[in-house]
Design a protein around this ligand. Structure first.
Ligand code: ADP
Length: 350
C-alpha cells in the first residue's frame, strides 16, 4: 500500500496557552512494499505524525491518502474497518501481561468474532511466523523483551494488515535483540508484501532495516531519500548529527555493530569526511593524492557502515597544504568518486 501525506499540520495548545506546532506542514510519499523510516530527536513530532498516519488522530489540516484514497476523514464504522487493517507495535509492547502469548495474539481475532477453531489455527500460524510456537501457553509476564515484541508483532499481523507502523519498537531492547527483531520485521515485510513505517530516534535502525528515510526536525521534514542517499550525502545539520552519533564518541557508539563502526586513532577531530561507496577502496586514491599534490593527510578514524545493499567506507582526515593545492586535491578526490565533506563540529567528537 502506498501512503501519501499532504501538508499535514497538527498544533497542540500548551497548559500556558501557547501553540505547539507538533507537525508543521509534512508532505511525504511512502512507497508500497518497502520499509520507510522516520527519524527525529525527542519532541520532533514523530509520535504525533505516526498517530495521524495510522488514523489514531486527526490532523488540523492536510490529508492522508492510502493508495490514493483519502482516509483521514473516515469516521465511525468505516474508520473502525480501515483501522483493523493497520498493524501497530510500540516500544512498551502494550500486551496483556496476565494473558498467555497465544491469548494476546487471539485478542484482535476475538474482537472480529471469528470462530474459535479459525482463531486457534491463525494464532498457531502467527506464533510460528515470529518463532514462538513453543511459548504459546507462557504468560507474557514471563517472556523476555524480545519475545514480548515478537508476540506484539504476531498480534499486529493477526488481521492481515497492509501496513505495519512500528513506533520506537526496538528502543527498549538490547542491541542483539534489536537486530533480531529488525531482521524479523524485514522478513515479514517481504513475505507479506507489507508497507512498514518505522519511527525511531536511532540511525542504526534506519541503517539496518529501512529502504527510505525521512528526517523530521521540529515538526518539519528536514530531508528525505533512500537510506544510501542519506548516509552518503547528508544535507541537513540534523541528519549530520544523527550520523555523527554513529561515530566513536557519539551517544550510540557503544551499542550496535561495533565491528562496523569507525575506529578512532586520534582524539582530535578530522577536518574532512571522505566517503567511499560500494566496492571503491580508499587506499590507492589517497596514496595517489599524496603523490600528485603537495598536501599532507592524516587519517583520524576510519570504518565501514554496512547498509543492506551497499557498504560505505568513511575516513575522517586532516588535509593540509596551500589553499590552491588543497582545492585541487579535493577536486581530484571528487573526480575519483569520493564523497568529500567538511566535518562539522558535531562530527568533531568533542
Ligand atoms: P516525538 O515523538 O518526536 O518525541 P511528539 O510527537 O511526541 O514528538 O511531540 C511533538 C511536540 O508536541 C512536543 O513538543 C510535545 O511536547 C508536543 N505534544 C505532543 N503531544 C501533545 C499533547 N497531547 N498535548 C500537548 N502537546 C503535545
Amino acid at each position: 500500500m502506498r501512503i501519501n501525506l499532504e501538508n499535514l499540520v497538527r498544533v497542540y495548545r500548551s497548559s500556558s496557552g501557547a501553540d505547539i506546532p507538533a507537525v508543521n506542514g509534512v508532505s511525504l510519499s511512502v512507497e508500497p512494499n518497502s520499509v520507510f523510516g522516520i527519524i527525529g530527536k525527542s519532541g520532533a513530532g514523530k509520535s504525533t505524525l505516526v498517530r495521524i498516519m495510522s488514523l489514531l488522530e486527526k490532523p488540523d489540516s492536510g490529508a492522508v491518502l492510502y493508495d490514493g484514497e483519502r482516509v483521514d476523514t473516515l469516521d465511525g464504522r468505516a474508520l473502525t474497518a480501515r483501522r483493523r487493517r493497520i498493524g501497530m507495535i510500540f516500544q512498551n509492547f502494550n500486551l496483556f501481561s496476565s494473558r498467555t502469548a497465544a491469548k494476546n495474539v487471539a485478542y484482535p481475532l476475538e474482537i472480529c468474532g471469528l470462530p474459535a477453531a479459525e482463531i486457534n489455527r491463525r494464532v498457531e500460524n502467527l506464533l510460528g511466523l515470529v518463532g514462538l510456537s513453543d511459548r504459546a501457553s507462557s504468560p507474557v509476564s514471563r517472556l523476555s523483551g524480545g519475545q514480548k515484541q515478537r508476540v506484539a508483532i504476531a498480534r499486529a499481523l493477526a488481521n492481515n494488515p497492509d501496513v505495519l507502523f512500528c513506533d520506537e519498537a526496538t528502543s527498549a531492547l538490547d542491541p542483539g535483540t534489536t537486530r533480531s527483531i529488525l531482521d524479523l520485521i524485514r522478513e515479514i515485510q517481504r513475505k507479506m508484501n507489507l508497507t512498514v513505517v518505522m519511527v525511531t530516534h536511532q540511525m542504526e535502525v534506519v541503517r539496518d532495516a529501512c529502504d527510505f528515510v525521512a528526517v523530521l526536525d521540529d515538526g518539519r521534514i528536514a530531508e528525505t531519500g533512500t537510506v544510501e542517499e542519506i548516509f552518503t550525502r547528508p544535507q541537513s545539520p540534523v541528519t549530520r548529527s544523527f550520523l555523527a552519533n554513529l561515530l566513536p564518541g557519539g551517544s550510540h557508539a557503544e551499542d550496535s555493530k561495533p565491528a562496523s563502526g569507525l575506529v578512532r586513532w586520534s582524539e582530535e577531530g578530522g577536518e574532512y569526511i571522505l566517503r567511499f561507496v560500494g566496492d571503491m577502496t580508499g587506499e590507492p586514491v589517497l596514496s595517489r593524492l599524496a603523490r600528485k599534490f603537495d598536501v599532507e593527510f592524516n587519517i583520524r578514524a576510519g570504518g565501514i557502515q554496512h547498509l543492506p545493499e551497499q557498504n560505505i567506507g568513511t575516513l575522517l582526515t586532516d588535509l593540509s597544504g596551500s589553499k590552491e593545492e588543497l582545492a585541487r586535491a579535493l577536486d581530484y578526490l571528487r573526480s575519483e568518486g569520493v564523497l568529500v565533506e567538511k566535518a562539522t563540529e558535531a562530527e568533531a567528537w568533542t
